[in-house]
Design a binder for this molecule. Sequence first.
Ligand SMILES: [Zn+2]
Length: 255
Amino acid sequence: MSAEIRLFRCLNDNYGVLLHDPASGATASIDAPEAEPIEAALKATGWKLTDILVTHHHADHTGGIQALKDKYKCRVVAPSAEADKIPAVDQAVREGDKVAVGKLSANVIETPGHTTGHIAYWFHADKLAFVGDTLFSIGCGRVIEGTPGMMWRSLIKLRDLPDDTKIYCGHEYTAANIKFARTIEPGNAALAAREMQAAQQLAKSEPTIPVTIGDEKKENPFLRADLPEVAAGIGMAGKEPSQVFAEIRARKNKF
Ligand SMILES: [Zn+2]
């Protein structure tokens, strides 16, 4: 039996996600922005919370952990490098570790940049990846603790996942991200089509995620910094991809 997903909004623009294994009944919350919407999703599905898989230490991803831990006695899995900044951690994990949710299994991928200990969870058999604030739909997280070069290498690791991997990210930023991406690649037809699709989804109050790695490779400028046409388009022909990425990220910060 394959994994089931429940996606819902938390706080202002965060996403909450529940991942459920029908075979065992295990259910994980990916991050815990706030307890109430997660409890509402558990009630609506009838699923019982067994695990919280944390991507990074920011309060809008961890604010609900303690209340959920107290109520459900669930296991809290978190990045080893940030375990001291995250409440109630039971299991600290790093690159290459495996995390089980019932019979579902994830590989831990370290993706530093947004924070220096940030991790993603890749459920390869289920073609799912939970990437927190590293990769967004047509965007990427701000480089707050790490360096642009570090963030670029992290994004390449995610780009190397199979094209049909479904990506769940931490925020609904797609509309603003597309508006910016169009300034970097105004001639990208796939991106123009995505803009129409996202506008339709948002008009119906539908989420714009999950996205696939295959689509992001065609449309997300932050994953395309090593393409000659992208570098040339921003006046950086021949520069190192990490420098091109850094320039695109700097422009987004000012956008
Ligand atoms: Zn964050």
